[in-house]
Design a protein around this ligand. Structure first.
Ligand SMILES: Nc1ncnc2c1ncn2[C@@H]1O[C@H](COP(=O)(O)OP(=O)(O)OP(=O)(O)O)[C@@H](O)[C@H]1O
Ligand SMILES: [Mg+2]
Length: 374
């Protein structure tokens, strides 16, 4: 998959910018606060229909202007034209070949994998960080999952509101079973899909990890569903649909009083986690910085393979300022692995951090105050 050309109009600090991208490596160089991250954000918005940096979409519109437009020509099997239009006074519009469409049909047209300094939170951060990374990936390859996830989140919100009000008026608890049923049905589908994806990622990330780690360590990526304790999770353990349903129902029973007392939902996939282990040690607790970085890198490469496996094409890789996070050997390795596979868009403040050979095969762009030149 490849982005042929991109144009931005009143998006963040860009007034108007149009550029053609190289099918391989593209390096965007610029000082701080010139618009490098803004550019990657724009591509991400075309991919996921929303930003990873903010949920307030007005921020995407250039100060003092009315409408931001991001548009790209993308080639994936066939060519297509993708546009996102964010306006101060109108609803956001998503267009495929100039025709308005729903977010569920828009997401997944342009597949991306994003790697930013913050991605290290994949190992170090909270379970919520890890679920987000996972969901962003699955939503791109599976619109049914995306639909279920949105429905599920609504169910949890409404169930929470019911639990909160039930403290004062117990009669409301009669409505709970209807919500419980939806929680179990949708929750089970989400858990099973996540389980399958993590299983695939585990396989791919183990291979990638072998390539990029100097030591002969084995990376294990393990899915920990909400009803399983960290101590009892093990690689390769697979739950069937009825096991998941039973586990959720059982927890609902056990935690009912506690849920009413606390006033919110205590079970379900919004409490899942992922465990990274190296030679059976938890990487989050015991891993060195270097080991954690290598694991995240392996995870990113695994995402690439997962997408290839699911869609038949490699996603576009977005790397924001991460070269500084990686030592020279890992940089070279990453870029050479990507070179054989995916269109890659890298930002940097320091062009000298790339080797002459890398620069030679790349298109290099300069970003200055929201203007891009080659
Ligand atoms: N809605 C907006 N309208 C106008 N300018 C904006 C808007 N949103 C952000 N900016 C400006 O964009 C600039 C930041 O751009 P960006 O985050 O892309 O920088 P960067 O090149 O990635 O810098 P760094 O190297 O520090 O990461 C800031 O100067 C900010 O004021
Ligand atoms: Mg930046």
């Amino acid at each position: 998959m490849q982005i042929k050309s991109l144009s931005l109009h009143n998006f963040r600090n860009y007034q108007s910018a149009t550029l053609s991208l190289n099918e391989g490596l593209n390096i965007f160089v610029g000082n701080n606060a010139q618009g490098k991250t803004n550019l990657l954000e724009a591509i991400y918005v075309l991919s996921l229909s929303k930003s990873y940096r903010t949920s307030r979409e007005m921020e995407l519109i250039r100060h003092g202007f009315e409408t931001a437009i991001i548009r790209a020509q993308v080639v994936k099997m066939a060519a297509m034209d993708l546009t996102v239009q964010v306006s101060r006074s109108e609803k956001k519009r998503l267009l495929v070949n100039q025709k308005s469409t729903t977010a569920n049909s828009f997401v997944g047209r342009l597949n991306t994998v994003l790697f930013i300094p913050d991605s290290l939170q994949m190992v170090k951060g909270s379970p919520g960080d890890r679920r987000r990374f996972l969901d962003v990936q699955i939503c791109q390859i599976d619109p049914v999952y995306r639909g279920n996830l949105l429905k599920y989140q609504r169910v949890v919100r409404q169930r929470n509101s019911l639990l909160k009000r039930a403290w004062d008026s117990r009669s409301l608890l009669a409505q709970l079973p209807a919500w419980d049923k939806q929680l179990v049905d949708l929750g089970t589908q989400i858990i099973l899909r996540r389980q399958a994806v993590v299983e695939a990622l585990q396989h791919y990330s183990r291979d990638a990890h072998e390539k990029i780690s100097d030591e002969r360590e084995e990376l294990n990526l393990i899915y920990q569903p909400c009803f399983e304790s960290e101590a009892s999770v093990a690689a390769g353990k697979q739950y069937t649909i009825s096991q998941v349903e039973e586990a959720l129902k059982m927890q609902l029973k056990q935690l009912r009083t506690e849920e009413v007392r606390r006033g919110y939902t205590l079970i379900g996939p919004q409490r899942d986690d992922l465990v990274f282990r190296i030679d059976d040690q938890d990487l989050k607790k015991y891993g060195s910085q270097g080991q954690q970085r290598t694991a995240v890198l392996a995870y990113i490469l695994a995402e690439l393979e997962l997408m290839y496996g699911e869609t038949g094409e490699y996603p576009v890789v977005l790397l924001d300022d991460v070269m500084s996070e990686l030592d020279r050997t890992r940089q070279m390795l990453l870029l050479s692995i990507l070179n054989e596979k995916a269109q890659t868009i890298v930002t940097t403040t320091d062009l000298d951090s790339f080797t002459p050979e890398t620069k030679k095969r790349a298109s290099v762009f300069l970003i200055e105050q929201g203007r891009i030149s080659e």
